[in-house]
Design a binder for this molecule. Structure first.
Ligand SMILES: C[S@@+](CC[C@H](N)C(=O)[O-])C[C@H]1O[C@@H](n2cnc3c(N)ncnc32)[C@H](O)[C@@H]1O
Length: 249
């Protein structure tokens, strides 16, 4: 599964460590820089634990079928596009470079460049999916994003996403390297969901190392580590929430 060379792994480390920025604009530039996107692209398969993919697949489950209209927000270069394989898939990302790369990777799929905080679609979706996005933004921004997502969904539609918790090594990295992670406790996410018209259908909490470490360690060891430490240190949460009928909001 992990096929990156040591040179690529070291570039990943440098890429991660040099990600210092103070605000949303700088955070977004990270993914609009063509050189960085090339690095992201070369690493993306080895960049995460398999646990992430398995967990998202189980949360989507039978909710995803070939009739589902699905919007992936912050789709990047399309890492999750193959898992969200319906004819009615749209991937949205703010970075034109990411979108160009996604189109190269999956020429038959529909991708759009756009801002998650300013989405306006003529259609409504059965599912909105979003991975590794909300940790870039503060709580008020995320609450705004949840409200916009609620509007983009059909009544009863599902929103599947992940969040990074305070009990995470990224809290240490944030302090040491001013990394742009906004960690949030599951209870905070829960309140935000309720305030923005969602009910929680399913949630899972797991231990995860910071992403850049995974290319350096064998997959089987990473899997054992994640499983052993999950009950002690639930660093990331995965959510499937459902839009309540508009009259109930
Ligand atoms: C960590 S990457 C994750 C990419 C992809 N979801 C994945 O897991 O491989 C974060 C992505 O969020 C995108 N992004 C950041 N701010 C955004 C915004 N306001 N609207 C849409 N996309 C945004 C970036 O361009 C980048 O592609």
């Amino acid at each position: 599964m992990i096929s990156n060379t040591w040179g690529e792994k070291m570039r990943s480390l440098i890429y991660f460590m040099s990600s210092r920025y103070e605000n949303k604009e700088q955070a977004n530039q990270r993914y609009c820089n063509a050189e960085r996107v090339v690095i992201w692209e070369s690493l993306r398969r080895g960049y995460v634990s398999e646990q992430e993919v398995v967990t998202f697949k189980s949360l989507l489950g039978a909710r995803l079928n070939e009739d589902s209209a699905i919007l992936e927000v912050a789709c990047g270069s399309g890492r999750y596009t193959p898992f969200l394989d319906t004819p009615h898939y749209i991937g949205l990302d703010i970075s034109p470079v990411m979108i160009s790369q996604a189109r190269l990777n999956y020429p038959t799929k529909q991708f759009m460049q756009g801002d998650a905080f300013n989405m306006a679609f003529s259609q409504r979706f059965d599912i909105v999916f979003c991975c590794r996005f909300i940790h870039h933004y503060s709580k008020p921004q995320i609450e705004q994003f949840f409200t916009i997502t609620n509007t983009a969904l059909k009544d009863g539609g599902f929103f599947v996403f992940d969040s990074t918790n305070y009990l995470s090594l990224s809290t240490i990295f944030k302090t040491l390297f001013q990394f742009d992670v906004h960690n949030k406790q599951p209870a905070e996410i829960l309140h935000m969901c309720h305030r923005t018209g969602f009910r929680v259908v399913s949630k899972k909490h797991y231990f995860f190392l910071p992403s850049f470490i995974y290319p350096f360690i064998p997959t089987s060891f990473a899997k054992d580590l994640d499983e052993t430490l999950s009950p002690l240190l639930p660093a990331r949460s995965f959510w499937c929430v459902q839009k309540m009928k508009e009259s109930n909001v």
